[in-house]
Design a protein. Structure first.
Lengths: 417, 434
């Protein structure tokens, strides 16, 4: 890892392509000199590519290639978040999580790392990623602020829910072909003293991010390309549906909780009946125990919904927000480009500096579009997997509940006949 | 079977070939055999119908009538399916029959009727007496009542009961002709006895206490069960909302669409399944209700005992005080205060003739009193003997029935779980294809 190199790996066409390392070629030298750039590229996709053009289609192909290979499940970077621990100091109380990394990438000095991070650190990482990779979709973090007094920040359930979300966040970054090579990510995973890095305020920004940052707002978008308009439409409807599903899930939890309350009254009644019966005492008592056990099974089902189902739904709402923001930024970049184009037409006589500016804008826009499209595809795939997993998980929990209850009642029945 | 009841006759009721005389003969034979009418006769409440007519105050009313069908027990054989005899009765006639039985057999725990009005209703269930589900459950309850009476060792041989099943017209007159109304004890009399009886049979006191507890716990159970049903309904129905949202969501998806859509259908099916589940559970509630009402019938027997015991105690007390008066009069001393004594002190002693007359009256009264006490004692002993016999029978029946009810309730729950597993497994498969 080149500590001195302030440039992180980005998708900018302006950036030299050789900086982009292919996960499969981890054994090869990453920081190849400009001379070998072309050679590297032709190795990847077999066709000679032109890296001189700013609107480098090669970077596009390169990226798609990377995506394909990643979807082919050849991971060389594994991360996990676990083992939450409470830290009490005079100033504050907080939770840290163990972050473990296992990798064969040469960007990493060691094959394994294990260190502790707190939520603040994850938040820092996310902000850095967004800053340095504005054309990419950065996965969301669980909510930062929780209402004190309403939610217990140190309860087992809360901490576990948060841990799962942080683990998911990190894994999503690790799976991303561009984000996972981000310098900030590397530092997060490996630096013993993260705080001093933060303090140094290493502007691990790229030329691209700089240029995107410099996009002044206020340009009006003429016409949004169909595919991006379609993305926005999709996100709008999807947000709506997620909201509805969230409400339904909450309703179910509420109804189940009330059902549970009634069962807790119901069971003991059979017990009190048994108390003044003779022959009926045994069956009545076992019915009472049966109802009580079933109530416990129901409670487990409801807790699972709260702890596993709802948080994932909500996380996707955050994800959609991030995606919308990236789309907005893209719109801005396109708007600026269009404005500059118009300016040329109006001021034909001014040839100095304008073409460069316009070309830069066009390049910026096209790279952004490419990155976004690639991330969109990846996001759609992940979304599909995530929801498949979420919903089959929900169905499975219900199956287990009914199996449990059926077992309880069946054994009660057998004991009485 | 016929043989059990020792009859050589073959009842051919329902066969239209027989003469009126033969029909009457058959009926008499059925009656004469005594117990276990149910062994000789198939009884069912087959249908319910709405009728409109004018009531006692000449106002138009709508009511339900129930079709009682009867047929000899062994009349259905291969290729031979005779049409049963039938008649229509309304709920008030059942009530009349039961009241007659209550008065005529106070030492028997009389089977209860299904409830007059729907109680312990969970929200979706109608409390309307005209609701078809209520009418259907009532039909079953009325049939159950008739079967209970027909299989009772004492009640099944009652003539009025038999006529109830077989004589549509003139039955009401026959009931009133028995004069049972005159025999019924007033509530006031019964209440009075409850409070003032000194030495009730301990077994009856305990039984009354048990009945109170049974009433209390079954009504609590019924109330909570209704709330449980309500909540369960809510849980299932909310899942139905998934159906619609999955359908809408699938419209904007490409590969995920089919899986989502079909999973949604299963969620709809899941939501719909709760209606049948709860309909079945009502049967369990009805079984609990029957014993809630049975508890009241047991208390009625206990009350009758208290009344008889009180009457005996009163008669014994009267006799004892009369005997005491006789003693005092004969000895010439006044040990107990009496106005007579006072006035005689004030206005002069009685003449020997007067005293003689009084003694004679007292003697007569004492003789009568002794007869009364003997009668009452016998009545009490008979009552206790017969009542306790039926109570033992009732206890066995109760233990058996409630145990069965609990077990079939368990079976319902197991079936509900099986259905749940099925639906969610189907949904899971759809989700996994997303």
């Amino acid at each position: 890892m080149s500590a001195g190199n302030a440039n992180s790996l980005t998708s900018s066409g302006q950036q030299s392509i050789e900086e982009v390392s292919h996960p499969l070629s981890a054994e090869e030298s990453v920081l190849s000199s400009p001379d070998t750039a072309n050679a590297d590229l032709s190795l990847l996709n077999g066709t000679p590519v032109d890296t001189s053009s700013p609107a480098s289609s090669s970077s596009l192909v390169n990226r798609l290639q990377l995506d394909d290979d990643l979807n082919g499940e050849t991971h060389d970077l594994f991360v996990s978040v676990d083992d939450p621990k409470k830290h009490v100091s005079t100033m504050e109380t907080y939770i840290t999580y163990r972050v473990t990394t296992k990798t064969t990438r040469t960007e990493f000095d060691l094959p394994e790392y294990s260190l502790r991070r707190r939520y603040q650190d994850f938040d820092w990482l996310r902000n850095k990623l967004e800053e340095s990779q504005p054309t990419h979709l950065v996965p969301p973090l669980p909510e930062k602020f929780v209402m004190k007094g309403v939610v217990d920040r140190f309860s087992e359930e809360f901490v576990e829910t948060r841990r799962k979300a942080l683990d998911k966040f990190l894994k999503r970054v690790a799976d991303h072909p561009v984000l996972s090579f981000n310098e900030n990510f590397n530092v997060f995973l490996t630096a013993k003293d993260l705080n001093s890095y933060k303090k140094q305020g290493l502007a691990l920004l790229t030329k691209m991010s700089e240029s995107v940052k410099n996009v002044t707002g206020g340009y009006k978008l003429r016409s949004r390309p169909l595919e991006f308009a379609a993305m926005l439409d999709y996100l709008d409807v999807f947000t709506q549906k997620l909201g509805t599903i969230d409400r339904i899930a909450q309703r179910i939890i509420k109804e189940q909780s009330e059902y549970l309350m009634e069962l807790r009254d119901y069971g003991p009644l059979y017990s009190s009946w048994a108390a003044f019966e003779g022959e009926l005492q045994k069956p009545l008592k076992s019915v009472s125990e049966c109802v009580t056990s079933c109530a416990t099974a129901l409670e487990e089902l409801t807790d699972d919904m709260s702890e596993d189902f709802l948080p994932v739904l909500r996380e996707y709402v955050l994800y959609i927000e991030s995606m919308k923001n990236v789309l907005k930024k893209r719109d801005q970049v396109q708007a600026e480009y269009e404005a500059k184009l118009e300016a040329i037409v109006v001021r034909k006589e001014e040839k100095i500096g304008v073409p460069m500016d316009v070309e830069k804008c066009q390049d910026r826009m096209e790279c952004f579009n490419a990155d976004l499209k690639a991330d969109w595809e990846r996001w759609q795939n992940n979304k599909r997997q995530d929801f498949r997993q979420l919903l089959t998980g929900m169905a499975e929990k219900n199956i287990q509940y009914y199996e449990k209850v059926g077992q309880i009642v069946r054994s009660m029945y057998k004991s009485q006949v | 079977s016929m043989a059990d009841c020792g009859s050589e006759e073959v009842a051919v009721i329902g066969n239209t070939d027989i003469t009126d005389e033969e029909s009457q003969d058959n009926k008499n034979n059925m009656m004469a055999e005594g117990s276990c009418l149910l062994r000789k006769m198939e009884i069912s409440v087959a249908e319910a119908e709405k009728r409109t007519g004018k009531n006692a105050v000449n106002m138009q009313e709508t009511y339900t009538v129930y079709l009682i069908e009867t047929r000899p027990a062994d009349s259905v054989t291969e290729g031979h399916n005779p049409v049963p005899d039938s008649l229509w009765r309304r709920y008030s006639e059942f009530e009349l029959l039961r009241n007659y039985l209550l008065v005529t057999y106070p030492f028997i725990v009389i089977p209860p009727l299904p409830e007059k009005r729907a109680e312990f209703v969970w929200h979706k269930l109608s409390a309307d007496n005209m609701d078809p589900d209520f009418v259907e459950r009532r039909r079953i309850g009325l049939e159950n009542f008739l079967l209970r009476v027909a299989s009772h060792p004492v009640l099944s041989s009652d003539k009025i009961f038999f006529l109830f099943l077989t004589e549509e017209n003139g039955w009401k007159e026959a009931v009133f002709e028995t004069g049972f109304l005159a025999k019924s004890d007033s509530r006031l009399k019964a209440l009075n006895a409850t409070f003032r009886v000194k030495n009730p049979d301990k077994r009856f006191s305990e039984l009354k206490h048990y009945s109170d507890e049974l009433q209390s716990v079954t009504s609590q159970l019924l109330r909570v069960r209704a709330r449980v049903a309500d909540r369960l309904y809510g849980v299932y129905k909310v899942h139905g909302n998934y159906g619609r949202v999955f359908s809408e969501w699938s419209a904007i998806e490409k590969e995920m669409g089919d899986g989502l859509q079909s999973a949604g259908h299963h969620m709809d099916a899941y939501a719909a399944s709760v209606d049948d589940i709860l309909e079945e559970e009502e049967h369990y509630a009805d079984q609990l209700k029957e014993y809630l009402f049975y508890a009241e019938a047991v208390k009625a027997v206990c009350r009758k005992h208290e009344l008889l015991q009180y009457e005996l105690e009163t008669a014994s007390q009267d006799l004892a005080s009369k005997k005491q008066q006789q003693e005092e009069l004969a000895a010439g001393t006044v040990r107990t205060f009496s106005f007579k004594g006072m006035t005689s002190k004030l206005f002069g002693q009685e003449t020997p003739e007067q005293r003689e007359a009084k003694l004679k009256v007292l003697e007569e009264q004492i003789k009568e009193g002794e007869v009364t006490v003997t009668e009452k004692t016998l009545e009490c002993e008979e009552f206790v003997k017969n009542a306790w016999k039926d109570i033992e029978r009732f206890k066995e029946q109760k233990d058996h029935d409630l145990r069965e009810a609990l077990m079939s309730y368990a079976v319902m729950q197991i079936s509900m779980c099986k259905k749940g597993i099925q639906v969610w497994t189907n949904a899971k498969e759809c989700f996994s294809k997303m």
